[in-house]
Design a protein around this ligand. Structure first.
Ligand SMILES: Nc1ncnc2c1ncn2[C@@H]1O[C@H](COP(=O)(O)OP(=O)(O)OP(=O)(O)O)[C@@H](O)[C@H]1O
Ligand SMILES: [Mg+2]
Length: 274
């Protein structure tokens, strides 16, 4: 039995509770450049929400703001009704938030310290955030990596010795080991081939369903997003242009960008099998 994914595991150090996150009229500017503006959405506890949109539409900006890695310029983010910026104003608050909300970053090179073997980078969150002792941390590392189909030998490598796809799975392991209430995945499966993608997507969905954990799934790719999410937010040029139940948004796409996205997906689906 996995200590990471299944609630009854021996290393179930932290119990997962749902978290409600509400973004209201969020804006983020970098100097004169506005990355996102007037972005509002609700991540209900245990909900799986996709954020799609073309490159540069502001998806990663929102992922970083929701996870507390970046601060908004205007607007508010509330977490179970409390203002995120005030939660992050103390060291204890920042640590608590890291326990509750984890990010699988788009750029996996910055996730791991190049001077340390991956095992060290997994032990730190397992101990500091999930509350394992060192022995249980290693057990949890063994289990979560096995669930992700990771070769155990990779854990004792340095990050620079892994491929982008291998590092991407390690990055998911590092986030899941914390057993967060909300997992924010920014293009977390984009470097994986389709069969491995299936394993990872199934695991993420199981984690959400079995624990009531939320998932914010940021992606360019519609098939994976449609599979894993129940709600969808479509962004274009820094704004939300459409949102709702995933299937409804896709079936009745109103905005030209959403129609284009669905059209591209259907065109791929229509290619006859060789
Ligand atoms: N640190 C930064 N400084 C200046 N501009 C930035 C910074 N980070 C992002 N931007 C700009 O903000 C906009 C939104 O970027 P963001 O990374 O959120 O897009 P994205 O939707 O995640 O794109 P992609 O699909 O390519 O990952 C872009 O125009 C980008 O150039
Ligand atoms: Mg991005």
């Amino acid at each position: 039995m996995s200590t990471v994914i299944n609630a009854e595991g021996s290393g179930a150090a932290r119990s997962v509770t749902g978290v409600r996150i509400e973004a209201v009229a969020v804006r983020k500017s970098y100097g004169r450049k506005t990355a996102v503006q007037d972005v509002s959405f609700v991540l209900a506890p245990g909900e799986r929400v996709g954020i799609v949109g073309e490159s540069g539409s502001g998806k990663s900006t929102m992922a970083k703001i929701v996870t507390g890695l970046s601060r908004s310029t205007a607007g508010t983010i509330t977490v179970d009704g409390k203002e995120l910026n005030s939660l992050l104003s103390t060291q204890k608050g920042r640590l608590d938030y890291r326990r509750r909300v984890q990010l699988v970053a788009q750029d996996t090179t910055s996730t791991f310290d190049p001077r340390h073997r991956i095992r060290e980078s997994l032990r730190v969150p397992a101990q500091l955030l999930a509350g394992h002792d060192v022995r249980d941390a290693d057990v949890a590392i063994g289990e979560i990596t096995a669930e992700l189909g990771i070769d155990p030998a990779w854990v004792d490598r340095y990050p620079g010795e892994l491929s982008g796809g291998q590092r991407q799975r390690m990055s998911i392991a590092r986030a899941l080991i914390v057993r967060p209430d909300l997992l924010v995945c920014d293009e977390a499966v984009s470097a994986l081939d389709v069969s491995v993608q299936g394993v990872v997507l199934n695991l993420l969905r199981r984690y959400s369903v079995e624990h009531g954990a939320g998932l914010m799934f940021v992606s360019h790719g519609l098939p994976a997003t449609a599979f894993i999410t129940r709600e969808l937010v479509v962004m274009n040029e820094g704004r939300v242009v459409e949102s709702g139940r995933t299937l409804e948004v896709l079936e009745h796409a109103k905005h030209p960008y959403t129609q284009k996205l669905v059209g591209a997906y259907e065109a791929v689906e229509d290619v006859p099998a060789a």
